[in-house]
Ligand binder design. Sequence first.
Ligand code: PXL
Length: 434
Amino acid sequence: MLNVLTIAGSDPSSGAGIQGDIKTFTSLGVYGFAVVTALTSQNSSKFFKSEPASPDIIKSQIRSVISDFKIDAIKIGMVYDKKTIKTIYNELKNVKVPTVLDPVFRSTTGGVLLHPDAISDFIKFLIPISHIITPNIPEAEKIAGMKIKSMNDAKKAALKINSLGAKNVVIKGGHMRGKKVVDLLLENKRFHLFSQKRLPRESHGGGCIFSAALCSSLAKGESLPESVRHAQEISLESIRGAARVGRGFSIVRQKSVDMIEKKLSDAMQKFIEIDGIYNYIPEVQTNFVYSKPNPKVISDILGLEGRLIKVGSSVQPVGTLKYGGSRHVGNAVLEVAKKFPSVRSGLNIKYDTKTIKKAIAKRFCVTYYDRTSEPVISKHKEGKTISWGIKSALSKMKVPPDVIYHTGDLGKEPMILIFGKSPKDVLTKLGKIT
Ligand code: PXL
């Protein structure tokens, strides 16, 4: 499991701050650690007070986490005053973990979250140690020292913030007028625009969700454009689901965790980390899928819209997990699950007679099909070959298969598919034959 750390303030209304961040992390399947920089008292309509934690306890909290856990990404939220900023800077300046800096200046209800005399230290110390900074328009105006009235202004402000030491900048467009919300990313001197429908409401916690989601995506190794797109989608979804739990602003609501996605992405991570696994990646690359119970259609099956690809002597995921994302392995699992509903996960690896022999020696249930004997009608229908092949391989089977292979056809690479109840089960089987 991936680990992320938020260094932020406490919000007892739990929409924003560390409470909000932990919910976002959990909903995205990463483990969230939290270092508290300040306490606030606030609800959905009013901000009452705030009080910073002492530098000593902030330092000690950061050390207690960093010294024990492997942290994959960090988010910095509310930092309140100069002392807090310097403490965080000192603790993180030599830590090589991608850091998302969320400038948190004011609460939704107008409470001061960064003391005005601390803004110059915020810029001087925290911006240079961040991998990406995520201001909204008013925050970007304050940091860049200019008004932002147009996309052109936003681009200028992003370049200015970049010159202050932020390696990458995303300016969230929510405060700009228009039917769409356009977020602007500056990465390596290049601009990317991300446009989304505008929702007709304001809610508490949206900014925190954006930066916490971005942090989770970076931990997962997604590219910056992918991470921003994801963060935008997740924020929108959480704002759409916001609930009016109090008398004031609605509070954002994170969607619940998709355990299918979580289990598959955890298993993919483990797969990638298997020593020498690149030797098992076929020419057509690998996909790994996990199905909802009793799948009826390919869109019941989660897979990579992309592949796990061999890069030199490593394996890297390309693309994102989507239901219906995998045609080949997805259709294979769909076909097996129709006959044996306990089978819900599958993975393809390079064909090798040694692997087949090992599977047989381990008393795995192994079967195969012959692509060259596929009827011509079926061959010409896109995506039908797999369904035909799996059906033919299963025709005499009484128990669920562990492995199905085929030895190829003219221009078609031979392949081994491993099946199991869950991605973890598939990995266990894989471990026994590789
Ligand atoms: O949304 C920014 C934010 C961050 N952290 C804390 C907050 C808020 C907004 O109210 O209270 C603690």
